[in-house]
Design a protein around this ligand. Structure first.
Ligand SMILES: [Zn+2]
Length: 404
């Protein structure tokens, strides 16, 4: 009989260990950021500043005329339309289909510069030269330009030309993966001059460069072939993507080389939201901080009797309402704006398990938690586990009688 005791102790220990292993949530796992539920994924608006480089005499690119500005805005509209309405996948994938990426681009300013040197972004089609030139342009026209309203808090798009051949491709270059600094595109004006003007190819080109800025690598393996290098198992990889530009057997993935530039897998969207939330890179700086302004109409509802678990950083713009008998489990950082409150209806539960509910804006405090219901249910309503905490709130918890 006595010999059984150590075994029981051992099993109990193993059981507790396995439970705590399950409980550990990695807030840095990009796959926890997949925006599969738009209700719990606020739209991220990324600020853009467009820099149109003309030649010294003002020729060679768009001008500030109503017709040109209309076309430029039409291109941006097409960029945003696809990010809002992604296409289904043309090549086989294990990914679920998510229609809305929950990211949109807002052009704050369109600047026209006369600079023949900067205008030639084709750079004899040499990437190293393009990279150096765009870096120097960024320094001169952005970082050292004190007149500019948004510098490090916008993505700067440099629109150049310079291809002097008969047939020019739309090309581009992004500063980096998850970068909030700059990208450049070449030959947008060249396509505008075609008859009829072609906005489709430049829009795809811009979507592709923005996909890099948002955190995506090419889903193409260069060496050795066959092995993905984009950290996404669900992207159709080389050799499927190789040299296939347009057709039923070609990829339409936004990060690949193809005509459509119109689909994103769940893994890719997870990476994008990981960067948007500020976990890596400088992209987060370029996101318009809508979460710092309380919006009374932006209520996040946890439906009655449901259990919702958040394993990613969240930035909300209004109150959270946890309906009757529902549970919300928060494992990572949850931001709420000034005055925003979390309402718990009778028998609702809020569990902050290793996470933190806070406010990340200057001189702000979120409201606090309001628990509605009879006294006997109150004790169980809010639980802090594994170092979970509440900070920067006006009050912690208030109890109120339900109004019904
Ligand atoms: Zn690329």
């Amino acid at each position: 009989m006595h010999s059984l005791l150590p075994l029981i102790v051992l099993f109990t220990t193993l059981f507790i260990q396995s439970l705590s292993a399950q409980g550990i949530v990695d807030c840095q796992d990009t796959q926890n950021y997949v925006p599969d539920n738009p209700l719990y994924t606020p739209l991220f608006r990324v600020r853009l500043v467009l820099h149109i480089f003309q030649k010294d005499d003002g020729s060679g690119n768009f001008k500030s005329t109503p017709a040109d500005l209309k076309f430029i805005n039409w291109i941006i509209e097409q960029v945003n339309d696809k990010y809002r309405n992604l296409d289904t996948f043309r090549l086989p994938t294990s990914s679920i289909y998510i229609r809305d990426s929950r990211v949109t681009f807002v052009v704050d300013t369109i600047l026209f510069h006369r600079d023949t040197y900067a205008w030639d972004l084709y750079c004899h089609n040499r990437i190293g030269e393009q990279q150096r030139k765009c870096d120097s342009i960024y320094k001169k026209y952005v970082l050292e330009n004190s007149m500019l309203k948004y510098r490090t808090d916008a993505i700067h798009a440099f629109w150049g030309e310079g291809c002097l051949q008969k047939d020019c491709p739309a090309k581009g270059l992004a500063d980096g993966i998850g970068s909030g600094r700059w990208f450049c595109v070449i030959n947008t004006y060249y396509f505008y001059q075609q008859n009829p003007p072609n906005s489709w190819i430049p829009a795809g080109n811009i979507r592709h460069e923005l996909a890099h800025m948002l955190g995506l690598f090419h889903p193409i393996s260069y060496n050795p072939p066959g092995k993905g290098e984009d950290y996404c198992e669900d992207t159709p990889n080389y050799p499927e993507d190789k040299g296939c530009w347009n057709g039923p057997d070609c990829s339409n993935n936004m990060a690949g080389y193809n005509a459509d530039q119109s689909s994103l897998t769940a893994c890719q969207l997870g990476r994008i939201h990981y960067y948007l939330a500020g976990n890596a890179g400088s992209l987060h700086n370029a996101v318009i901080p809508d979460w710092c302004t309380y919006n009374k109409d932006s209520v996040v509802l946890i439906p009655a009797y449901s259990r919702v678990v958040w394993k990613a950083k969240k930035f909300f713009q209004g109150d959270i309402r946890i309906a009757r008998n529902a549970t919300l489990q928060v494992h990572c950082q949850l931001h709420l704006p000034h005055n925003a409150k979390i309402y718990l209806e009778p028998n609702a539960r809020l569990i902050v398990d290793g996470g933190i509910i806070t406010n990340v804006c200057e001189k702000q405090q979120w409201g606090g938690i309001i628990v509605l219901g009879k006294k006997k249910n109150r004790k169980e309503a809010v639980k802090l586990l594994n170092g979970g905490s509440l900070e920067r709130s006006q009050f912690i918890i208030q109890y109120q009688k339900p109004v019904d």
